[in-house]
Write a protein that binds this ligand. Structure first.
Ligand code: NAX
Ligand code: ADP
Ligand code: K
Length: 504
């Protein structure tokens, strides 16, 4: 698990550290790390460091100061450095002086016509983005955006890719897309909410004294520790029985997928109730499949909604599931039904765990009647819906945001987009249902299910297109990877390092 802190939290901690440290010491530490990473990137891209050309894009604040100091350090290694200043009269004075002393070249961004700009950046072996950091507001200004658009070389972002909102991760197309981001003191929300823009994220320790994090990111070991394993005294009923109420005559596949992921994620019993009982039985013979929730028998959690339909029949199923009074994951048509018929909430026992797993459109359906807009701040919207409905809300996306009613929030950033495939959400529903049935904290259960979903997607894809059925088949491998990380299963993981989030 690692923490993520908001700009306000980081600034408060930095102020304390700045007051204790000698003048400029923190910035030089930050900049030195940028220079070391820049040298490594130069070597990787060109086979060497000395004689290579680095262009610094320098804004008006301390982010630009970091870039300028990094340029000064790179000069010591005989790198040719050109700083492009976007605000020449407001450029960090000590950083600019240090670069000049070290023999760096300085140009005014405004003096360069388009051709000169293109020649400068296309001639670079590496571009260092020091346009804006923690103080970023809104999209890149047009002048900076034009320079960024001309970049063809690898990009190292200082603290954050410029143009990405630090707290929400929102980015317009003009924002910097970095290969590596070197950040200082703490991970900020943009690093997990806009991971593809950041590339590999390297955290430089500044010894900050930080409060409780605003967001948390589960790692494989956390998931491996949280996942329920059968013990010597267990049988098929004692590990948590998962019930799945999904699918319809029109959409039997949703039932097969949701059931399948629960079957592959646990060794406990999985029951199915619905119109696709024949299809489920023939695909998953280990499942007890019946036509109705009433006939299904006892379960410790229900997963309901995928492919259910939004008519009266689906409404009756959802009411019956909520009447059962066990933790419930509501997805897809289940969410649409709750949005359309809010009286369905009356079937829920007060405070009984409900996990909603909407994609954006489902989120809008259920949140807009409550006056909650899914704007650019996905974390705030998810938290607000969780609070208002007293449910865990898991908002799907490339970065999945999972909030508890009390506000504790997890983010799970995907490292590829192969999960954007039909039925993939049904697989997640089954995983959340299985995790809830096993017991434990519902937020962590939803977070663990989301982590396993992403990992199973990676294993199924292996860098090529995949399908929801293949993701189901990869679920045991994802569980194994988590268990191995937690030291609860033997074997090699081949785990991706938590901090190495690469896109594609
Ligand atoms: N405070 C500290 O102790 C440390 C701060 N550090 C650096 O300081 C940075 C923060 O510096 P500042 O607070 O001076 O501000 P920034 O350098 O982030 O921003 C500077 C200015 O950029 C302009 N700007 C805002 N949004 C923009 C946009 N979308 N496009 C173009 N320009 C925009 C604004 O005029 C803003 O004041 C951090 O990101 C980090 O890089 C590091 O040196 C580590 C130590
Ligand atoms: N671009 C993407 N990158 C990573 N994961 C994605 C992306 N798009 C969708 N996903 C994931 O795929 C799943 C899709 O779920 P959903 O929208 O319910 O699809 P379906 O209804 O087809 O099952 C979610 O878990 C979501 O987080
Ligand atoms: K930056």
């Amino acid at each position: 698990m690692y923490g993520v802190w908001t700009v306000d939290q980081v600034r408060a901690a930095e102020d304390v550290a700045l007051a204790k440290a000698p003048d400029g010491a923190l910035m030089r530490r930050a900049a030195f790390a940028v220079a070391v990473r820049a040298a490594a990137m130069l070597r990787a891209a060109t086979g060497g460091v000395a004689g290579r050309h680095v262009v610094l894009l320098v804004g008006s604040g301390n982010n630009g100061g970091d870039a300028l100091w990094a340029g000064a350090f790179l000069r010591r290694r005989a790198v040719a450095v050109t700083a492009v200043l976007f605000a020449p009269d407001r450029t960090h004075p000590p950083g600019l002086a240090a670069l000049r002393r070290a023999g760096g070249r300085v140009v005014d961004a405004g003096d360069q016509v388009a051709a000169g700009r293109r020649d400068l950046v296309t001639g670079a072996d590496l571009v260092v983005d020091g346009i804006v950091g923690l103080s970023a507001r809104g999209p890149l200004r047009p002048a900076a955006a034009a320079w960024v658009a001309a970049v063809t070389s690898p990009v190292l972002a200082v603290d954050l890719p410029s143009g990405v909102d630090p707290d929400t991760g929102h980015a317009e197309p003009s924002a910097v897309r970095a290969d590596v981001t070197v950040t200082f003191g703490a991970h900020k929300p943009a690093h997990v909410l806009a991971a593809p823009r950041c590339g590999l994220v390297q955290l430089v320790d500044l010894g900050l004294d930080l409060p409780a994090p605003d967001l948390e990111v589960l790692g494989p070991a956390d998931v491996g520790r949280a996942w329920r394993l059968p013990g010597p005294a267990d049988d098929k009923f004692t590990q948590g029985v998962t019930g799945v109420a999904a699918g319809s005559a029109t959409y039997p596949g949703a039932a097969v997928l949701a059931v399948g992921s629960a079957v592959r994620a646990t060794s406990g019993m999985v029951r199915y109730a619905g119109w696709a009982a024949d299809e489920v039985r023939s695909r998953w013979p280990e499942v007890v499949a019946t036509g109705s929730v009433a006939d299904a028998g006892r379960v410790q959690a229900w997963a309901v909604g995928p492919g259910l339909g939004t008519g009266q029949a689906g409404r009756d199923v959802l009411a019956a599931v909520l009447d059962a009074g066990v933790p419930t994951c509501v997805d897809a048509d289940g969410i649409t039904l709750l949005a359309r018929y809010p009286d369905l909430w009356d079937h829920r026992e007060p405070d009984r765990t409900v996990v909603l797993t909407p994609h954006d459109r489902e989120f809008a359906r259920i949140a807009e009647p409550l006056g909650i807009e899914l704007g650019t701040d996905r974390v705030a919207a998810t938290r607000e819906l969780a609070r208002r409905l007293n449910t865990v809300v898991l908002l799907k996306g490339h970065a999945t945001v999972i909030a508890s009613p009390g506000g504790r929030t997890l983010v799970n950033a995907a490292r590829s987009a192969w999960l954007a495939t039909p039925g993939s959400g049904d697989v997640l529903t089954g995983l959340v249902g299985a995790a809830l049935a096993a017991g434990g904290d519902p937020l962590v259960a939803a977070g663990a299910a989301s982590w396993l979903h992403v990992r199973a997607g990676e294993l199924a894809a292996g860098g090529a297109p995949t399908s929801a059925s293949a993701v189901v088949a990869a679920v045991p491998g994802a569980v194994r990877a988590a268990l191995v990380s937690a030291g609860r299963a033997p074997g090699e993981t081949g785990e991706l390092c938590d901090h190495e989030r690469r896109y594609g």
